[in-house]
Design a protein around this ligand. Structure first.
Ligand code: CP
Length: 301
Protein backbone atom coordinates (compact mmCIF):
# COMPACT_ATOMS: atom_id res chain seq x y z
CA UNK A 1 0.00 0.00 0.00
CA UNK A 2 1.46 3.44 -0.89
CA UNK A 3 1.75 5.93 1.95
CA UNK A 4 -0.74 8.75 1.52
CA UNK A 5 -1.45 12.10 3.16
CA UNK A 6 -5.24 12.32 3.20
CA UNK A 7 -5.82 13.57 6.72
CA UNK A 8 -3.31 15.13 9.08
CA UNK A 9 -3.98 12.02 11.23
CA UNK A 10 -2.00 10.04 8.64
CA UNK A 11 1.19 11.54 10.10
CA UNK A 12 2.40 10.95 13.64
CA UNK A 13 3.81 13.86 15.62
CA UNK A 14 7.33 12.58 14.86
CA UNK A 15 6.55 12.45 11.13
CA UNK A 16 5.24 16.02 11.21
CA UNK A 17 8.40 17.22 12.94
CA UNK A 18 10.51 15.24 10.45
CA UNK A 19 8.76 16.97 7.52
CA UNK A 20 9.39 20.37 9.12
CA UNK A 21 13.10 19.51 9.42
CA UNK A 22 13.27 18.51 5.75
CA UNK A 23 11.46 21.71 4.75
CA UNK A 24 14.04 23.73 6.65
CA UNK A 25 16.80 21.88 4.77
CA UNK A 26 15.12 22.72 1.45
CA UNK A 27 14.60 26.34 2.42
CA UNK A 28 18.36 26.61 2.93
CA UNK A 29 18.96 25.10 -0.53
CA UNK A 30 15.92 24.91 -2.79
CA UNK A 31 17.68 23.60 -5.90
CA UNK A 32 17.16 19.86 -5.35
CA UNK A 33 17.02 17.56 -8.34
CA UNK A 34 16.90 14.09 -6.87
CA UNK A 35 13.45 13.30 -8.32
CA UNK A 36 14.60 13.55 -11.95
CA UNK A 37 12.62 11.02 -14.02
CA UNK A 38 9.54 11.09 -11.75
CA UNK A 39 6.18 12.44 -12.94
CA UNK A 40 3.62 13.87 -10.50
CA UNK A 41 -0.03 14.65 -11.29
CA UNK A 42 -1.68 17.77 -9.87
CA UNK A 43 -5.43 17.26 -10.30
CA UNK A 44 -7.40 20.31 -9.18
CA UNK A 45 -11.18 19.91 -9.32
CA UNK A 46 -11.61 23.16 -7.35
CA UNK A 47 -9.92 26.58 -7.76
CA UNK A 48 -6.53 27.22 -6.17
CA UNK A 49 -3.66 29.66 -6.49
CA UNK A 50 -1.21 28.86 -3.68
CA UNK A 51 -1.64 25.14 -3.24
CA UNK A 52 -1.49 24.22 -6.92
CA UNK A 53 1.32 26.56 -7.89
CA UNK A 54 3.44 25.81 -4.81
CA UNK A 55 3.01 22.07 -5.46
CA UNK A 56 3.97 22.53 -9.11
CA UNK A 57 6.94 24.68 -8.12
CA UNK A 58 7.94 22.06 -5.53
CA UNK A 59 7.80 19.27 -8.13
CA UNK A 60 9.96 21.33 -10.50
CA UNK A 61 12.48 22.23 -7.81
CA UNK A 62 12.82 18.54 -6.97
CA UNK A 63 13.67 17.81 -10.60
CA UNK A 64 10.45 15.90 -11.36
CA UNK A 65 7.86 16.80 -13.99
CA UNK A 66 4.22 17.69 -13.50
CA UNK A 67 1.05 16.87 -15.43
CA UNK A 68 -2.53 17.70 -14.54
CA UNK A 69 -5.27 20.29 -14.76
CA UNK A 70 -6.36 23.41 -12.85
CA UNK A 71 -10.05 22.53 -13.27
CA UNK A 72 -11.93 19.54 -14.65
CA UNK A 73 -13.83 21.29 -17.46
CA UNK A 74 -11.70 19.62 -20.14
CA UNK A 75 -11.57 16.17 -18.59
CA UNK A 76 -13.75 13.14 -19.29
CA UNK A 77 -15.55 13.75 -16.00
CA UNK A 78 -17.69 16.11 -18.09
CA UNK A 79 -18.76 12.97 -20.03
CA UNK A 80 -19.72 11.21 -16.81
CA UNK A 81 -16.51 9.42 -15.84
CA UNK A 82 -16.32 8.70 -12.12
CA UNK A 83 -13.58 9.99 -9.83
CA UNK A 84 -12.54 6.38 -9.16
CA UNK A 85 -12.02 5.65 -12.86
CA UNK A 86 -10.14 8.92 -13.39
CA UNK A 87 -7.77 8.12 -10.53
CA UNK A 88 -7.18 4.52 -11.70
CA UNK A 89 -6.23 5.85 -15.14
CA UNK A 90 -3.93 8.62 -13.87
CA UNK A 91 -2.25 6.10 -11.52
CA UNK A 92 -0.91 4.35 -14.63
CA UNK A 93 0.91 7.47 -15.77
CA UNK A 94 2.51 8.96 -12.67
CA UNK A 95 4.46 8.32 -9.47
CA UNK A 96 2.21 10.40 -7.19
CA UNK A 97 -1.16 12.19 -7.30
CA UNK A 98 -1.89 15.54 -5.66
CA UNK A 99 -5.62 16.22 -5.67
CA UNK A 100 -8.02 18.98 -4.61
CA UNK A 101 -11.74 18.29 -4.74
CA UNK A 102 -14.85 20.15 -3.54
CA UNK A 103 -16.33 17.06 -1.85
CA UNK A 104 -15.31 16.07 1.66
CA UNK A 105 -14.02 12.50 1.54
CA UNK A 106 -13.02 12.62 -2.15
CA UNK A 107 -9.32 12.25 -1.29
CA UNK A 108 -10.09 9.09 0.66
CA UNK A 109 -11.96 7.70 -2.34
CA UNK A 110 -9.01 8.53 -4.60
CA UNK A 111 -6.53 6.85 -2.25
CA UNK A 112 -8.68 3.72 -2.07
CA UNK A 113 -8.26 3.08 -5.82
CA UNK A 114 -4.85 4.66 -6.55
CA UNK A 115 -1.75 2.53 -6.97
CA UNK A 116 0.55 5.50 -6.18
CA UNK A 117 0.69 7.84 -3.14
CA UNK A 118 -2.12 10.41 -2.96
CA UNK A 119 -1.80 13.82 -1.30
CA UNK A 120 -4.99 15.61 -0.31
CA UNK A 121 -4.67 19.25 -1.40
CA UNK A 122 -8.03 20.06 0.22
CA UNK A 123 -11.32 18.13 0.18
CA UNK A 124 -14.41 20.25 0.71
CA UNK A 125 -14.79 21.51 4.26
CA UNK A 126 -12.97 18.46 5.59
CA UNK A 127 -9.14 18.60 5.65
CA UNK A 128 -6.18 20.47 4.17
CA UNK A 129 -3.23 18.59 5.67
CA UNK A 130 -0.44 20.13 3.58
CA UNK A 131 -1.65 23.59 4.64
CA UNK A 132 -1.45 22.37 8.23
CA UNK A 133 2.16 21.32 7.83
CA UNK A 134 3.08 24.70 6.36
CA UNK A 135 1.15 26.38 9.16
CA UNK A 136 3.15 24.37 11.72
CA UNK A 137 6.35 25.31 9.90
CA UNK A 138 5.36 28.98 9.99
CA UNK A 139 4.47 28.82 13.69
CA UNK A 140 7.73 27.08 14.57
CA UNK A 141 9.72 29.53 12.47
CA UNK A 142 8.16 32.63 14.01
CA UNK A 143 7.76 31.45 17.61
CA UNK A 144 10.79 29.13 17.86
CA UNK A 145 8.58 26.34 19.23
CA UNK A 146 5.29 24.49 18.83
CA UNK A 147 4.53 24.07 22.54
CA UNK A 148 3.25 26.50 25.15
CA UNK A 149 1.39 28.70 22.66
CA UNK A 150 -1.99 30.43 22.61
CA UNK A 151 -3.57 30.05 19.16
CA UNK A 152 -6.59 32.24 18.39
CA UNK A 153 -8.50 31.01 15.31
CA UNK A 154 -10.89 33.62 13.95
CA UNK A 155 -13.68 33.54 11.38
CA UNK A 156 -15.26 30.57 9.61
CA UNK A 157 -14.39 27.69 11.89
CA UNK A 158 -17.30 25.59 10.62
CA UNK A 159 -16.41 25.35 6.93
CA UNK A 160 -12.71 26.30 7.05
CA UNK A 161 -10.86 23.05 6.47
CA UNK A 162 -7.50 24.55 7.45
CA UNK A 163 -8.60 25.19 11.04
CA UNK A 164 -9.88 21.62 11.32
CA UNK A 165 -6.57 20.04 10.28
CA UNK A 166 -4.55 22.54 12.31
CA UNK A 167 -6.60 21.89 15.44
CA UNK A 168 -5.92 18.17 15.11
CA UNK A 169 -2.19 18.70 14.62
CA UNK A 170 -1.73 21.25 17.42
CA UNK A 171 -3.72 19.08 19.82
CA UNK A 172 -0.57 16.89 19.90
CA UNK A 173 1.35 19.84 21.40
CA UNK A 174 0.90 21.94 24.53
CA UNK A 175 -1.56 24.42 22.99
CA UNK A 176 -4.31 26.66 24.34
CA UNK A 177 -6.98 27.37 21.75
CA UNK A 178 -9.28 30.35 21.45
CA UNK A 179 -12.02 29.88 18.85
CA UNK A 180 -13.45 33.22 17.75
CA UNK A 181 -16.53 32.85 15.56
CA UNK A 182 -20.18 33.85 15.40
CA UNK A 183 -22.65 31.22 16.57
CA UNK A 184 -23.32 30.09 12.97
CA UNK A 185 -19.64 29.41 12.19
CA UNK A 186 -18.39 27.73 15.35
CA UNK A 187 -15.83 24.92 15.40
CA UNK A 188 -17.65 21.58 14.84
CA UNK A 189 -18.23 19.58 18.02
CA UNK A 190 -16.10 16.63 16.87
CA UNK A 191 -12.96 18.79 17.08
CA UNK A 192 -13.94 20.09 20.53
CA UNK A 193 -14.50 16.48 21.62
CA UNK A 194 -11.01 15.62 20.37
CA UNK A 195 -9.51 18.45 22.44
CA UNK A 196 -11.41 17.31 25.52
CA UNK A 197 -10.18 13.75 25.06
CA UNK A 198 -6.60 15.07 24.94
CA UNK A 199 -7.11 17.51 27.86
CA UNK A 200 -6.29 20.50 25.64
CA UNK A 201 -7.93 23.73 26.91
CA UNK A 202 -10.06 25.90 24.65
CA UNK A 203 -12.51 28.77 24.92
CA UNK A 204 -15.13 29.89 22.43
CA UNK A 205 -16.06 33.54 21.93
CA UNK A 206 -17.58 35.77 19.28
CA UNK A 207 -15.45 38.77 20.32
CA UNK A 208 -12.29 39.31 18.25
CA UNK A 209 -10.88 41.55 21.02
CA UNK A 210 -11.20 38.76 23.63
CA UNK A 211 -7.76 37.18 23.16
CA UNK A 212 -6.11 39.63 20.77
CA UNK A 213 -3.58 40.85 23.32
CA UNK A 214 -2.84 37.41 24.79
CA UNK A 215 -2.40 35.18 21.76
CA UNK A 216 0.89 34.15 20.12
CA UNK A 217 -0.74 33.31 16.78
CA UNK A 218 -3.82 35.01 15.39
CA UNK A 219 -5.06 32.64 12.69
CA UNK A 220 -7.52 34.60 10.54
CA UNK A 221 -9.79 32.84 8.05
CA UNK A 222 -12.12 33.80 5.23
CA UNK A 223 -15.84 33.04 5.40
CA UNK A 224 -16.10 30.20 2.85
CA UNK A 225 -18.78 31.50 0.49
CA UNK A 226 -18.55 28.40 -1.73
CA UNK A 227 -19.73 26.11 1.12
CA UNK A 228 -23.00 28.00 1.80
CA UNK A 229 -26.17 26.71 0.13
CA UNK A 230 -28.13 29.81 1.27
CA UNK A 231 -26.58 33.15 0.20
CA UNK A 232 -28.74 35.04 2.75
CA UNK A 233 -26.94 33.05 5.47
CA UNK A 234 -23.58 33.92 3.89
CA UNK A 235 -24.44 37.63 3.65
CA UNK A 236 -25.32 37.67 7.36
CA UNK A 237 -21.82 36.58 8.42
CA UNK A 238 -19.50 37.49 5.53
CA UNK A 239 -18.11 40.66 7.12
CA UNK A 240 -18.34 39.62 10.73
CA UNK A 241 -14.65 40.32 11.47
CA UNK A 242 -12.29 42.86 9.94
CA UNK A 243 -8.84 43.14 11.50
CA UNK A 244 -7.19 46.52 11.05
CA UNK A 245 -3.83 47.95 12.10
CA UNK A 246 -5.48 50.20 14.70
CA UNK A 247 -6.57 47.09 16.66
CA UNK A 248 -3.00 45.83 17.16
CA UNK A 249 -1.74 48.42 19.69
CA UNK A 250 -1.67 46.02 22.68
CA UNK A 251 -0.65 42.71 21.11
CA UNK A 252 2.38 40.64 22.14
CA UNK A 253 5.57 41.84 20.45
CA UNK A 254 6.15 38.47 18.82
CA UNK A 255 2.52 37.78 17.93
CA UNK A 256 2.13 36.82 14.27
CA UNK A 257 -0.95 36.88 12.07
CA UNK A 258 -1.42 33.86 9.83
CA UNK A 259 -4.08 33.37 7.17
CA UNK A 260 -4.23 30.47 4.68
CA UNK A 261 -5.37 33.02 2.05
CA UNK A 262 -7.06 34.11 -0.12
CA UNK A 263 -8.35 36.94 2.05
CA UNK A 264 -11.46 38.90 1.22
CA UNK A 265 -12.32 41.59 3.79
CA UNK A 266 -11.18 40.02 7.05
CA UNK A 267 -7.72 41.65 7.12
CA UNK A 268 -7.44 45.29 6.07
CA UNK A 269 -4.45 45.99 3.85
CA UNK A 270 -3.02 48.40 6.45
CA UNK A 271 -2.16 45.31 8.54
CA UNK A 272 0.23 44.12 5.80
CA UNK A 273 2.94 46.62 6.72
CA UNK A 274 2.82 45.90 10.48
CA UNK A 275 5.48 43.61 11.97
CA UNK A 276 2.71 41.15 12.91
CA UNK A 277 1.63 40.24 9.38
CA UNK A 278 3.13 36.92 8.30
CA UNK A 279 0.58 35.55 5.81
CA UNK A 280 2.56 36.22 2.65
CA UNK A 281 5.71 34.60 4.08
CA UNK A 282 3.48 31.74 5.29
CA UNK A 283 2.35 31.10 1.70
CA UNK A 284 6.00 31.23 0.61
CA UNK A 285 6.88 28.54 3.16
CA UNK A 286 4.36 26.30 1.41
CA UNK A 287 6.72 25.42 -1.41
CA UNK A 288 9.46 24.11 0.93
CA UNK A 289 6.98 22.16 3.02
CA UNK A 290 5.42 20.59 -0.08
CA UNK A 291 8.88 19.67 -1.40
CA UNK A 292 9.42 17.96 1.96
CA UNK A 293 6.08 16.10 1.90
CA UNK A 294 6.66 14.79 -1.63
CA UNK A 295 10.21 13.66 -0.78
CA UNK A 296 9.08 11.92 2.39
CA UNK A 297 6.12 10.10 0.83
CA UNK A 298 8.25 8.89 -2.08
CA UNK A 299 10.82 7.54 0.39
CA UNK A 300 13.64 9.93 -0.44
CA UNK A 301 14.01 11.47 3.06
N1 CP B 1 -4.44 28.27 1.20
C1 CP B 1 -4.95 27.75 0.06
O1 CP B 1 -5.37 26.59 0.00
O2 CP B 1 -4.97 28.64 -0.99
P1 CP B 1 -5.46 28.25 -2.46
O3 CP B 1 -6.94 27.95 -2.36
O4 CP B 1 -5.16 29.45 -3.31
O5 CP B 1 -4.71 27.03 -2.88
Amino acid sequence: MPKNLISIRDFSKDEMLHVLDIASEFEADREQNFLAGKVIACLFFEPSTRTRLSFEAAVNRLGARVIGFPDNRNTSQTKGETLEDTIKIVSNYVDMIVMRHPQAGAADVAASVASVPVINAGDGANQHPTQTLLDLYSIQKTQGRLDDLVIDMVGDLKYGRTVHSLTEALSLFDTKFVYTAPEELRMPQKYLDLLESRHIPYVQTDDIEYALNDCDILYMTRVQQERFSDMDEYNKVKDVYRLSASMLGGVKKNMRILHPLPRVNEIATDVDSTPYAYYFQQAGNGMYVRMAIISYLLGYR
